[in-house]
Design a protein around this ligand. Structure first.
Ligand code: NAD
Ligand code: SER
Length: 317
């Protein structure tokens, strides 16, 4: 393998914390540069280079790519669905301009390989909600979803017009224990594990029967790396791939937790996030990802619950 140097923009968040760790295991600590507006979590920050970079600063991104002779960039900085509804203008600016800056740099520097995550939020209330296919009606009703759909179109455009090697996944809600989620509608599925161990109960901001597509972080990280390592000829979709693992409701995740913690209880007080959840798919069809580059998920709900509770119990000691 030729020498690869990787830059992760927005590395201190939920995905970045796990992704930087995985990338450093593959490429070596010194060859993965973490970058964010806020400091890296201590365990990861000490293991390799870190730069304070605002993704709205195209000059700084370009200088950093040149300084480290970067060959791959993962762009994770964004405002997620719930926060973006509170900060419409800054969400649009961050989610669009950050991507645009990077696509422009990649247009000039032909050797760069780019990863940019999209989301199930690209779908909207007029999309078929069960087993949502790759190609379907897409009329998102959130600022986050609108920015992700526009971003997908720009990724495909830069690939077709300028041969930029950009790859993308429409992540479902991601569940992890290393870092807290950053303001999404699916965050309850992380908080519920923390509260189950801490308080023995959880008040959910979604109704008990709100089914949503979800994925455990180890599957998401492996899928991301498999997409980035696949031969370019296998990547036939340059907007963004549907990717599926599990789907469940708050009542079902609570029942899964109760198999380990029988006294755990859940109550429901739906808030503004209910409308966002109701506009998104309940389950995803990811046939293209499975056929094109061999995606397979590993974790189902109960396997994820066992792993989450085990790791969180260790961290809380
Ligand atoms: P997060 O909110 O946990 O992390 C985002 C990071 O970006 C934070 O550390 C933040 O400090 C940083 N950031 C914000 N503004 C910045 C700026 N101007 N310059 C540099 N850094 C900045 O988000 P995440 O969950 O890690 O998500 C990463 C990406 O994956 C986002 O594009 C998100 O839309 C997408 N995604 C996430 C999920 C999920 O469930 N976590 C699902 C679908 C898509
Ligand atoms: N987990 C993300 C959110 O809820 C989905 O993109 O915003």
């Amino acid at each position: 393998m030729s020498k690869e140097t990787v830059l992760v923009l927005g590395s201190s968040g939920q995905i970045g914390t796990d992704l930087v760790h995985a990338l450093r295991n593959i490429y070596g600590n010194d060859n993965v540069i973490a970058a964010d507006l806020k400091a890296q979590p201590i365990a990861i920050g000490q293991a390799g280079p870190f730069e304070f970079i605002d993704v709205l600063d195209a000059v700084k991104i370009s200088e950093t790519i040149n300084k480290y002779k970067v060959t791959q960039v993962y762009l994770l900085a964004a405002l997620l669905s719930a926060t973006a509804e509170q900060k419409i203008k800054s969400a649009w600016r961050l989610n669009m301009e950050g991507l645009f800056n990077l696509l422009e740099i990649a247009r000039e520097q032909k050797h760069l390989k780019i990863f940019w995550p999209s989301s199930i939020a690209v779908f909207g209330p007029t999309t078929p909600r069960q087993n949502t296919p790759q190609y379907t009606v897409m009329e998102p009703s959130t600022v986050y979803g609108i920015s992700k759909l526009a971003g997908e179109r720009w990724c495909e455009y830069y690939h077709q017009k300028f041969a930029v090697d950009v790859r993308s996944i429409r992540y479902p809600g991601l569940i992890s224990y290393k870092a807290d989620p950053g303001g999404g509608t699916t965050d309850y599925a992380v908080a519920i594990y923390h509260e189950a161990l801490k308080a023995g109960s959880y008040q959910c901001y979604l109704k008990s029967d709100t089914r949503m597509p979800m994925m455990y972080m180890p599957d998401a990280i492996r899928g991301t790396l498999e997409l980035m390592h696949a031969d370019a000829a296998k990547i036939k979709i340059r907007s963004s791939y549907n990717l599926s693992a599990i789907d469940f409701t708050p009542a079902e995740i609570a029942a899964s937790i109760q198999t380990h913690l029988p006294a755990f209880s859940i109550s429901y007080a739906p808030d503004v996030r209910q409308a966002i959840a109701d506009s998104w798919p309940q389950s995803i069809n990811d046939a293209e990802a499975r056929n094109h580059w061999g995606w397979q998920h590993e974790y189902d709900l109960n396997k994820m619950t066992a792993d989450m509770l085990q790791h969180l119990a260790i961290l809380k000691k």
